[in-house]
Ligand binder design. Structure first.
Ligand SMILES: Nc1ncnc2c1ncn2[C@@H]1O[C@H](COP(=O)(O)OP(=O)(O)OP(=O)(O)O)[C@@H](O)[C@H]1O
Ligand code: SF4
Ligand SMILES: [Mg+2]
Length: 325
């Protein structure tokens, strides 16, 4: 069956005086069908936001390289002109809640103006239609109807994040990209927003790409998880596979770093620094920080190895267990 979204070998590099920053360096993954949520997990600087921006074709001026395939229902979106992409794909096929979006709401415009703005500009809907849709969506995300007349400074963080979510839903997207949607919220509000996302998945069959540095948070919502490290992806599988039997040493460290309420063991931290994406380590990019590094790791780039079920990882240890390396 054709996946809903099939990303193949996507690259986004930025030009800098030191040389190109390889922020997205040949990543591939799929969202199989509507209602599926894929989590992208990785530490700060691993290229998560850059990948989301690459999918939305929201690019800065200093792009050095941007290529790969992004197949939506089998059609390569990368082959579309900018104009067609803007008219047909951005916000309609794929919409995004940007990292930190709730703090960039316009303080001088009320909620109604901000939520209806895009649909008025991009779809030619009448003001009445746009406001009706906005009211419906604001209600869907659990906000009172009178919110439409209020200004951002009158809203709590949780309410602002719901407004931002309603904005992203205005053009009825098939895929929603959420970039750290709860990171500025306190724990109880975070739980409310996560419940809302689960409701969207369940009741509207919304497919999502859920980006987070917090693998514990991903476990609440995602069907499948992809682990990002240094501009690449290093492990993928179902949530249960990755969480209960992580195969890549970086994923193992990520999971060991989750604090556990009733476990006396201290959470681990990951020693060393994230790789420099202008001059990443040779071979496996994780090798300078890996406790298990052995002979091929600093020279040979590990390919994807199958790890049983839907799980795959890029680590030479898996090759070794199959008699390689
Ligand atoms: N326009 C740009 N020019 C040069 N470098 C950039 C640009 N945008 C991002 N970067 C660099 O690309 C790398 C990946 O950044 P990105 O924001 O995608 O990471 P992230 O995984 O989203 O991090 P975080 O968890 O902190 O949000 C970082 O090294 C960052 O400094
Ligand atoms: S390939 Fe080698 S360095 Fe990389 S994670 Fe596996 S064991 Fe560690
Ligand atoms: Mg980011």
């Amino acid at each position: 069956m054709t996946p809903l979204l099939d990303v193949r070998d996507l690259r986004l590099h930025y030009e800098t005086p030191r040389g190109p920053v390889r922020a997205v360096d040949g990543v591939s993954f799929e969202i199989g069908s509507p209602g599926e949520v894929v989590g992208i997990v990785g530490e700060s600087g691993s290229g998560k936001t850059s990948m989301a921006n690459a999918l939305m074709r929201i690019l800065p001026r200093n792009v050095a390289r941007y290529d790969g395939e992004v197949l939506y229902d089998g059609e390569d979106l990368m082959a579309l002109t900018d104009e067609r992409f803007r008219k047909e794909v951005r916000w309609r096929t794929m919409a995004m809640v940007f990292q930190g979006a709730m703090s960039s709401l316009n303080p001088v415009l009320n909620v109604g103006r901000q939520v209806t703005e895009r649909v008025l500009v991009e779809s030619g809907a009448s003001k009445r239609e746009a406001y009706r849709k906005a009211e419906e969506l604001l209600e869907l995300v659990g906000l009172p109807r009178d919110i439409i007349k209020r200004y951002p400074h009158e809203l709590s963080g949780g309410m602002k994040q719901r407004v931002v979510l309603a904005m992203a839903l205005m053009m009825d997207p098939r895929i929603l990209i959420l970039d750290e949607p709860t990171s500025a919220l306190d724990v109880s509000v975070q739980a409310q927003v996560m419940n809302l996302l689960k409701q969207l998945k369940r009741e509207r069959g919304m497919a999502m790409l859920f980006i987070t540095h917090d693998i514990a948070l991903a476990s609440d919502l995602c069907d499948r998880v992809v682990v990002a490290y240094g501009g690449e992806h290093v492990e993928s599988g179902t949530l249960a596979e990755v969480l209960t039997a992580p195969k890549h040493p970086y994923t193992q460290k990520l999971i060991a770093s989750i604090p556990r309420l009733h476990d006396p063991a201290q959470p681990e931290f990951i020693p060393g620094r994230p790789p420099d994406l202008v001059d990443p380590p040779s071979g496996c990019r994780f090798h300078p920080r890996c406790d298990f590094a052995f002979e091929p790791c600093d020279s040979d780039v590990p390919p994807w190895f199958e790890a049983g079920g839907a799980q795959h990882a890029r680590c030479w240890l898996l090759g070794q267990s199959k008699g390689r390396g």
